[in-house]
Write a protein that binds this ligand. Structure first.
Ligand code: CO
Length: 131
């Protein structure tokens, strides 16, 4: 496994992108909207990983709820594995709880989320990229 990305919830994506770009000295940014999850994402590429800044696109977005209760900040870390289904089965045998089944993410990825209660308060995405 490796850390695929770290996701941060923000109130205003365009403002946050400018500040992160300045702080990290990164020029290139990709934007992506994942309507099924109710988020617009800015992707900042690091040498070995990515930072994803996320804002809500609708009132029912989980990010909207997160921002309302916790405010801006770290939302989840994403762990990449080559075989997500096998990894989920292995983890379930260890008693790890998941938020939803394995489902399509953006760009052909497969994703699911590990319940924060199983990881001492950290929400983790598990993802596999297309082979
Ligand atoms: Co993510």
């Amino acid at each position: 496994m490796r850390i695929d990305h770290v996701a941060i919830a923000v109130n205003n994506l365009d403002d946050a992108v400018k500040e992160y770009q300045a702080a990290l000295g990164i020029h290139e940014v990709e934007f992506e909207t994942v309507e099924t999850e109710g988020v617009r994402v800015a992707i900042l590429h690091l040498d070995n990983s990515r930072i994803e800044l996320m804002e809500a696109t609708k009132e029912t977005s989980p990010i909207k709820k997160f921002l309302a209760t916790k405010g801006e900040g770290l939302h989840h870390i994403a762990l990449e594995t080559d075989g997500i289904d096998g990894e989920v089965n292995r983890m379930k045998e260890c008693g790890i709880k998941f938020l939803g089944d394995v489902r399509p993410g953006s760009r052909g990825t497969k994703i699911t989320f590990i319940h924060p209660k199983s990881l001492h308060g950290v929400l983790a995405e598990l993802c596999s990229h297309p082979q």
